[in-house]
Design a protein around this ligand. Structure first.
Ligand SMILES: [Zn+2]
Ligand SMILES: [Zn+2]
Length: 364
């Protein structure tokens, strides 16, 4: 099959022939119909692959059709429409049994044992690493069934693909992580693909005020279309003062989708007494935050990091698909551009343009 391979950090994505094995055990073979470009894959491909040994096939925001199932797979049949998710969960550790599949203690249980089995992907007989158990920048993805969720056939593939990462993360951070309630006030710092979904989640939750903070006018304009009641352009204004003034002293929930020390500090300072700071994004450089313990205690604030929207994919993806089909969650508006598999480098370059929200590979 054709796959976009990263040969080395900084070397970009090049389309090559890669062999994909037949499904074993509980694996499912998916014909990929849409594969979203998430910033995390770009960070891996340009800043360091971490534990992934190149060559590697990235791409973890996928939707497609089941074309084959392994002898032990029980949850899917050929023809099912499915969404992939990078959350790897075993199903029987204490966290999984508690519904916290994003905190699974044995995520590797869904992967092949290299000591006993050959690789899922290979090239000329040598293994090709599959990013996050998915490897979605390819014609086909061989995936453990736990990493898949069935979605209704009438949901377009491009919208469905976004459910697996951007939507799960953005909407889930609001509904699961922060548990925003009707009438509460929310600020979202950084309204790119994930931030827009946080805005959309706040609308679903019934938030009274939703303040979008960003440094790009195009992104703020789009945030209004997604339901932000107010926008703050942080290039010319102090966002903390602006949010505090707009909301009469600060918001109940501030989401930092950028993930730098400076933006998390802003989030902390723009929350009202008793407010919550929810760190959703992580900038490539990382950062450190210094906290005043007396202020934290006296202002009764909480701060939490959220991975994948504190999501349980099997519970949440069908919920968000349903909200989309009922017109309550705007996924179509997230897709700015559809590209072919060989255009991933250009697609990521396009994401630097604030006018572009999400780019999706739809031609393989
Ligand atoms: Zn992602
Ligand atoms: Zn588990």
């Amino acid at each position: 099959m054709r796959a976009a391979v990263v040969e080395a950090v900084g070397g970009g994505f090049t389309v090559q022939d890669v062999d994909v094995d037949r499904p074993a055990g509980r694996e499912v073979l998916v014909e990929v119909r849409a594969s979203g470009l998430c910033h995390t894959d770009l960070t891996l491909a340009t800043h360091g692959l971490g534990r992934l040994t190149p060559p590697v096939v990235l791409g973890h925001e996928i939707a497609g059709v089941v074309v084959d199932v392994g002898p032990g797979a029980t949850e899917f049949a050929v023809g099912d429409h499915v969404v992939g998710c990078l959350v790897q969960w075993c199903g029987d550790c204490p966290a999984c049994l508690d519904g916290r599949s994003h905190q699974c203690l044995r995520p590797g249980a869904t992967l092949r044992d290299p000591g006993r089995q050959g690789p899922r992907l290979s090239r000329a007989g040598r293994p090709v690493t599959q990013g996050m158990g998915l490897g979605g920048f390819a014609e086909r993805a061989l995936v453990h069934e736990n990493q898949l969720t069935a979605v209704p056939r009438r949901l377009p593939f491009t919208s469905a693909a976004l459910l697996g990462c951007g939507v799960l993360t953005g909407v889930g951070s609001v509904l699961n992580g922060a548990r925003v309630r009707a009438g509460e006030t929310v600020a979202v710092i950084g309204v790119g693909g994930v931030g827009l979904n946080a805005v959309g989640g706040a609308v679903v939750a019934g938030a009274a005020r939703i303040v979008a903070v960003d440094v790009a006018a195009d992104r703020l304009r789009r945030a209004r279309e997604f339901g932000a009641t107010d926008v703050v352009d942080a290039t010319g204004t102090d966002p903390v003062a602006a949010v505090r003034e707009l909301t009469g002293g600060g918001v109940r929930h501030a989401f930092d989708v950028v993930g730098t020390a400076a933006t998390t500090r802003q989030a902390l300072d723009m929350t009202a007494l008793g407010g919550g700071v929810h760190v959703v994004g992580l900038a490539a450089a990382g950062g450190e935050l210094t906290l005043s313990l007396p202020r934290l205690l006296l202002q009764q604030k909480r701060i939490q990091g959220l991975i994948m929207g504190a999501g349980n994919p099997r519970r949440d993806i069908p919920r968000y698909a349903d909200l989309c089909l009922r017109g309550l969650l705007n996924l179509d508006g997230l897709v700015s551009r559809r590209i072919a598999l060989h255009e991933i480098d250009a697609g990521y370059a396009a994401l630097a343009d604030p006018g572009v929200a999400r780019v999706v590979v739809t031609s393989f």
